[in-house]
Design a protein around this ligand. Structure first.
Ligand code: ADP
Ligand code: MG
Length: 391
């Protein structure tokens, strides 16, 4: 490693399952060259010759990381992954693997493991035959195939089911076979496109944890595509948030959630309160915002519009009832709309000058929270982010 430098905010995750929260809040520095496995350089893709569904994409994928491409449907995630796999050709730009251009390398020579949402197993082959297939195709001797098979089956907890056919397996088991088949030849790079999309919630969450553990065990680089932000937060070392073919932010889950750089990211990841207002005064890193409700609050100046319009982003758990608020925090006058019992916490829906806000509160609250009651909310300026006014 060059001069012992490490990319900030990123754990090359062979050992760590996930990057530690970084004290350094700045954007990741350019990674040392040898840490980069894949580079997208100014990659563009258009299918119809008019609109770019991927726009001038620059992206370094680090060796050993679990990188999630996260965004709404149609934002260009699958196209990006297919260009890496070699099933789609970039309209412009280039993709490098280990520093070498992939332009003339056909998909089957790229040695990437792949799992897709509907990546059908061969129905006429047993689990064992499905798993052995990629190894046989690579000409692996029979004895080695057997050993690899046992390892793979154990890895995805399917030992004993080797002789079953896909139709004799549950959806979750079939998906495990697909994962095992992608990993069995120990590829350095594994691509997954919504691999858990067809599973119900419990199974999906269980498989997300298993994938995370597998990743930690194997040390492979995983590029994972999904529109489901919950899985992305739990599994990834880094998340690239896609919108309209452009990466909006690329950072650790903590960074993306706690320090979104624009309103799209703030809204797409987790729950968000967005209070519209106008910048009245700015200091270097902070600003004073007059909310449309008339109230004034202090916020971090992140990305307000050129005309001073802004949406102030505040996570629900950062708002509290003001009884215990020290001075120096923002106060907002709100009207209770309803409370919802969530077992481990209470959600308070309220209104600040016509704008809905939501708080997550501990169950024990002395205040009167009946609908229509007036309450004062408190929030630290460090947790108020003045972002762009949205669309
Ligand atoms: P995502 O995976 O984020 O949902 P995609 O990469 O699949 O997004 O699609 C991005 C855009 O490209 C969408 O508008 C989609 O309709 C379009 N698109 C994807 N694949 C094709 C294709 N083979 N031919 C034409 N348009 C496509
Ligand atoms: Mg897709």
């Amino acid at each position: 490693m060059q001069g012992g430098t490490e990319p900030a905010g990123v754990a090359p995750a062979a050992s760590a399952g996930r990057s530690a929260p970084d004290a350094d809040a700045g954007p990741p520095r350019t990674a040392a060259k040898q840490d980069v496995l894949v580079s997208f350089r100014r990659v563009e893709k258009t299918y119809d010759g008019r609109t770019n569904v991927v726009q001038s994409l620059d992206l370094d994928i680090l060796r050993g990381e679990f990188l999630t491409l996260l965004g709404p449907s149609g934002s260009g995630k699958t196209t990006t992954l297919m260009m890496l796999a070699g099933f789609e050709v970039p309209t412009a730009g280039e993709i490098l693997l280990d520093g070498r251009s992939l332009a003339s390398v056909p998909p089957h020579k790229r040695s990437m493991g792949m799992v897709f949402q509907n990546y059908a197993l061969f129905p006429h082959m047993t689990v064992a035959e499905n798993l052995a297939y990629p190894l046989r195709r690579r000409g692996m001797p029979k004895a080695e195939v057997q050993a690899a098979l046992q390892r793979a089956v154990a890895m995805v907890k399917l030992t004993g089911l080797e002789q079953r056919y896909p139709a004799q397996l549950s959806g979750g088991q079939q998906q495990r076979v697909a994962v095992a088949r992608a990993l069995i030849f120990q590829p350095a790079l594994v691509l997954m496109d919504e691999p858990l999309g067809a599973l119900d919630k419990n199974l999906r969450e269980q498989m997300q944890l298993e994938l995370k553990h597998l990743h930690a065990q194997l040390g492979a680089t995983i590029v994972y595509v999904t529109h489901d932000q919950s899985g992305a937060l739990t599994m990834s070392n880094r998340i690239a948030v896609f919108h309209d073919g452009v990466i909006q932010q690329l950072a650790s889950p903590e960074e993306i959630y706690e320090r979104p750089l624009n309103s799209f990211v703030a809204n797409f990841i987790g729950e968000n309160n967005a209070l519209p207002g106008r910048i009245e005064a700015t200091a270097s890193a902070t600003c004073r915002v007059r909310l449309d409700s008339g109230e004034i609050i202090e916020a971090l100046r992140i990305n307000p519009g050129a005309d001073g319009r802004t949406l102030v982003s505040i996570r629900p758990e950062r708002l509290r009832l003001a009884a215990d608020a020290p001075s120096g925090v923002n106060r907002l006058h709100a009207t209770v709309q309803e409370t919802i019992y969530f077992g481990d916490h209470l959600r308070l829906h309220a209104e600040v000058g016509g704008t809905p806000v939501m708080l997550k509160l501990p169950l024990v609250q002395a205040a009167d929270l009946t609908p229509g009651a007036a309450v004062t909310l408190a929030v630290d300026p460090a947790h108020c982010r003045a972002l762009d006014p949205g669309v």
